[in-house]
Design a protein around this ligand. Structure first.
Ligand SMILES: Nc1nc2c(ncn2[C@@H]2O[C@H](COP(=O)(O)OP(=O)(O)O)[C@@H](O)[C@H]2O)c(=O)[nH]1
Ligand SMILES: [Mg+2]
Length: 275
């Protein structure tokens, strides 16, 4: 079995920073995490990628091509489809190390996750390579400190969760940038109470007209525990460790080793009983 996180979310939400932070934290615990850059338009990241999609195709290739003539968005989607069509390239680059753990640093176009199929196809490719995957959906916490934005972020996260059909973790990034009062505000939403969201959302005409809709959305999210957010402050090592552990548990990383030990003990006891 191989293990992987698909790190996704809007542009600038902190995906590349998340990957390098997790890699550094794991290294401190003598664990090896690899990072694969899957963003064909990436300009900057501060890690050494195991594989870089830009070696296969760069978004500029699609935009500068005289026949294709894509803009930045179309170019990016073209690149992702090109990657899936050339999945042999990815397969060779990834090698076949058993029990390895890879973070896939994905592009920032939200439509890739919420309603397009190309990432689903990529997931299928990775699953045939024996990867057990979790999607990690990042949202900048600064955009989540008012009721309407919180609900809209929740819907985006829910869209990705339903579209990708993978175990899914939502992470609120950049918590270190929130003021104390903003942090407090956000804390109120982390255990969402639909009524408090509604009273937060304001009194303009739109909000009044759609108050029932807002209430209904809030209730659905709360009643079915559909969406949960994990705040991440990259300056807090304990917090980083907690999120890593949550995700490791979801993809059962390291569990096989535990099972082996337990089986061994039970056998031991049985042997003991027999004698
Ligand atoms: N203070 C702070 N800045 C962050 C954090 N995460 C990302 N950033 C900054 O936000 C910008 C975008 O981050 P990046 O990781 O490149 O986002 P991406 O487009 O989702 O890969 C960069 O300037 C980062 O330095 C964080 O947790 N705290
Ligand atoms: Mg990035």
């Amino acid at each position: 079995m191989r293990y992987g996180q698909l790190v996704m979310g809007p542009a600038g939400s902190g995906k590349s920073t998340y990957c390098s932070t997790m890699q550094r934290h794991a290294a401190d615990e003598n664990k090896l995490l690899h990072i694969v850059n899957l963003d064909p338009a990436a300009e900057y990241f501060d890690y050494e990628p195991l594989v870089d999609i830009r070696e296969l195709i760069h978004v500029d290739d699609a935009m500068e091509d005289d026949e294709l003539k894509f803009g930045p968005n179309g170019g990016l989607i073209f690149c992702m489809e090109y990657l899936v069509e050339n999945s042999k390239w990815l397969e060779e680059k990834l090698g076949d190390t058993d029990d390895d753990y890879i973070l896939f640093d994905c592009p920032g176009q939200i439509e890739l996750y919420t309603h397009m199929t190309v990432i689903r196809k990529l997931i299928e490719v990775l699953q045939t390579l024996d990867f057990r995957l979790c999607s990690v959906f990042l949202i900048d916490s600064q955009f989540m400190v008012d009721g309407a934005k919180f609900l809209s972020g929740t819907m985006a996260a829910l869209g990705a969760m339903i579209n990708l059909e993978l175990p899914h973790v939502n992470v609120l990034s950049k918590m270190d940038l929130l003021s104390k009062s903003a942090r407090k505000q956000l804390d109120n939403y982390l255990e969402p109470d639909p009524q408090s969201l509604v009273t937060e959302i304001g009194n303009d005409r739109w909000s009044k007209k759609y108050q029932k809709l807002t209430e209904a959305l809030g209730s659905i999210v709360e009643d079915y525990s559909l969406v949960r957010f994990y705040p991440l402050n990259i300056k807090d090592e304990e917090n980083i460790g907690d999120i890593q552990l949550t995700i490791d548990n979801i993809i059962q990383f390291g569990e096989e080793a535990d099972v082996k030990t337990r089986d061994f003990c039970e056998e031991d006891e049985e042997e003991h009983d027999d004698t």
